[in-house]
Design a protein around this ligand. Structure first.
Ligand SMILES: *Cc1c(COP(=O)(O)O)cnc(C)c1O
Length: 377
């Protein structure tokens, strides 16, 4: 069986993980959060990215909240988000008392349709918050242009896109601020929770840094300049991520290679109701590899019978979720988001898949789309 969520994700680094626990646990400093390892981790990410600041925090969700708070988003504001994606996109806006406004997506790439984003702008709009989805980056040039023309803040949910590059600019640096998530399953996942805010704006970075630790400035304790949060980062995880960072590029390359292979194999399936993501590496990331299939549930059962785990993300558009329905006007529709929710299915793309396993996954998908030609590939 090739699982969708592999239990041996950190097998190669297990000794390093235990060593990180030992090292931090026996360090005479006895400092478990926001210590020198967190600072070194932030520096390493900042240099790698060419950002003005990187602020490690407790999750990707929290990173979004910190950015929106730093920007002063609150009651009376609208933030345009994609209608298809993960709950934090809408929840991070809603918990601040602002209103998420849902823009429909592109039917193939599943990221926000820039025309729909533009059409969702009103005189209450304060910010645009596109998200990179699965393995495709949002159309940041057009959305950034909309933000510029309307004088709006731009937050980039790059939680899944670490390492992606669009038009020569890395994911995370297209918005005024971007975020990363280090939750286990993400491309730079860790053995627990974590996230980061990345930004080209040092003042925004400073504000986020303060908000991460109850509005303190890091110099004077118990002086609270702003109403903040507890969103601090763990030293054990900082040590572990520092250990894993040098291997990240090779793991991202392996993901991209697997995706290239899948996309080449799946190109002929398009007219038979199974659509692969766009080819190439420009504006791409390979967090998960997601197909659109007309008979999605049949495909999932077929793959499971052939020993291939598959996963369906987001079975409903955000505005059709009970939590967010109140932000949608009666009669509003998001046909492309609804179609993606009905058709999306993701297959394994993690870097430690062997070539033989990758071939097995591809064979299984191809056999579904054309059972007669099953062994011929
Ligand atoms: C995972 C994810 C988040 C949230 O990150 P957490 O670390 O799980 O809080 C936010 N946005 C997107 C697009 C994600 O995929």
């Amino acid at each position: 069986m090739i699982p969708f969520f592999p239990p041996d994700l950190f097998a190669e680094d297990r000794d390093a993980l235990l060593e990180a626990v030992r090292e931090v646990g026996t360090d005479p400093e006895q400092r478990f959060i926001l210590g020198r390892r967190t600072a070194a981790f932030e520096d390493a990410l900042r240099e790698r990215l060419g950002a003005a600041d990187v602020v490690a925090c407790s999750s990707g969700t929290s990173a979004l909240t910190l950015v929106l708070t730093a920007m002063g988003i609150g009651p009376g504001d609208e933030v345009v988000v994609p209608a298809f994606g993960c709950a934090p996109l809408a929840a991070a806006v809603a918990v601040l008392g602002a209103v998420p406004v849902f823009a429909d997506i592109d039917p193939w790439t599943m990221v926000a349709d820039p025309a729909a984003v533009e059409a969702a702008v009103t005189d209450r709009t304060a910010a645009l918050m596109p998200a990179h989805m699965f393995s495709v980056m949002a159309d940041m040039p057009r959305i950034a242009d909309t933000a510029r023309r309307h004088g709006l803040r731009l937050v980039e949910d790059s939680a899944v896109a670490q390492g992606g590059v669009l038009g020569g600019r890395p994911a995370g640096l297209w918005g005024e601020a971007g975020v990363f998530s280090f939750v286990q399953v993400k491309t730079f996942g860790t053995a627990g929770e974590g996230g980061a805010v990345v930004t080209r704006d040092p003042d925004l970075g400073q504000a986020v840094r303060m908000l991460r630790n109850h509005g303190q400035d890091g110099k004077q304790r118990f002086v609270h300049h702003r109403v903040g949060y507890n969103s601090r980062f763990d030293e054990v995880l900082a040590a572990f991520q520092l250990h894993r960072l040098p291997g990240l590029d090779a793991r991202l390359r392996r993901r991209a290679e697997i995706a290239d292979y899948y996309t080449a194999r799946f190109a002929p399936l398009r007219e038979r109701g199974v659509v692969a993501p766009p080819p190439g590496r420009e504006g791409r990331c390979f967090y998960v590899y997601t197909l659109l299939a007309e008979r999605r549930d049949d495909l999932k059962r077929h793959l499971e019978r052939r020993g291939v785990g598959a996963h369906v993300y987001y079975p409903a558009p955000l505005p059709l979720q009970p939590a967010f329905a109140r932000y949608a006007a009666p009669g509003d529709r998001w046909p492309n988001a609804e179609s993606a929710a009905r058709r999306n299915i993701s297959i394994p793309v993690y870097p430690h898949l062997t070539d033989a396993q990758v071939e097995q996954v591809a064979d299984a998908v191809c056999a579904f789309a054309d059972p007669r030609r099953e062994p011929q590939w």
